[in-house]
Unconditional design. Structure first.
Length: 187
């Protein structure tokens, strides 16, 4: 059995507002994660999980892509000599020292460069000049009205505002406007 290395991935996400779905990447400058074996990786279906091939990602909206990241090895865990998924080097420096390495991580397909529409994932996106574009928002009342794998919800909500629901793909990220409160002079 391959020994696991506890890795610290320094991935910073600049997201103003995430979807209300559980498959968002949390904003954090240093989440602790264990490098799982390829079989357990497929069941996680989350961006940022180490992978070797697209099928390791476990979701048709995710692809295994090489990325440059900062990583380190938890000093309390023996590196071992096993092969880690995603081409993660077993000779990473001990934390808190980090090294810039290129590894394969599950990435959201429609956020990657593309050549043809199918590079963007299943239905709902087109490839325009090398970038995936969503075909447009579709109003909905429930998930059953959305394309397969998409969910119906309101991405950005403010108090006392009309809630409009639309269909969104998995792993959607949003930059929501600030909610302003009306100030009424009581005098």
């Amino acid at each position: 059995m391959t020994k696991l290395i506890n890795l610290s991935l320094v991935l910073v996400s600049l997201v103003g507002c995430g979807s209300n779905q559980s498959n968002d990447v949390a904003e954090d400058s240093g989440p602790q994660t264990s490098a799982p074996d390829a079989a357990s990786t497929a069941n996680n279906a989350q961006p940022g999980i180490p992978c070797s091939v697209d099928s390791d990602c476990g979701n048709p909206f995710l692809a295994c892509a090489s990325q440059m990241v900062s990583m380190c090895r938890d000093p309390s865990i023996d590196a071992g000599s096993g092969t880690l998924p995603g081409d993660i080097p077993s000779n990473l420096p001990l934390c808190p020292t980090v090294a810039q390495v290129t590894v394969k991580l599950c990435s959201v397909r429609y956020q990657l460069p593309c050549q043809i529409d199918s590079d963007c994932g299943p239905d709902g996106f087109t490839c325009n000049t090398g970038q995936c574009s969503q075909e447009g928002l579709v109003a909905c009342n429930g998930d059953g009205e959305c394309q397969q794998g998409w969910s119906c919800y309101s991405a950005c909500q403010c108090d006392n505002a009309v809630v409009v629901k639309s269909c969104y793909p998995p792993f959607a990220e949003f930059s929501c406007p600030m909610c302003l409160v009306s100030i009424v002079d009581g005098g």
